[in-house]
Design a protein around this ligand. Sequence first.
Ligand code: SME
Length: 161
Amino acid sequence: MAEIEFSIDSLSKSEKYQELITQVPALLDPSVDWVANSANLSAALKEVFGWLWVGFYRKVSEERLQLGPFQGPVACTFIHKGKGVCGTVWEEEKALIVPNVDDFPGHIVCSSKSKSEIVLPVYKDSQFWGVLDADSENLNEFSLVDLENLKSLIQSFEKHL
Ligand code: SME
């Protein structure tokens, strides 16, 4: 079993990402399905950054995403293509940083505590597979630092899809 040491409280955000990028490939197990790996990646991100919510939504039909493994408060089970931040990322196949969720038309509120959000597409064999979604209780939590580093972590995850 992979064991990861995350005693990195004093590090900057970029340094935390560097630790994760080093350690996450060992956490992801090529012998298991996406459920275990997405659960562990969600847990690692939650533990390191303490965000309100972090997890996956997976495409289950041409119309909707279904909630996958996550860490945080309960969340809506389905999101339709084009709806909310996650459904928009699917439709546009482009990551989105939302500095203030109240300013995003059609944002789907899963927790009233969520103030900002980042959502990135995840691909399997170059086809859209789902999204990684993270929510913060702080406004303006997410930046290009998160975008670039989460992309890198997602690339490690995609190898095992
Ligand atoms: N806010 C998201 C919904 C998912 S939750 O944040 C966990 C959206 O607008 O798509």
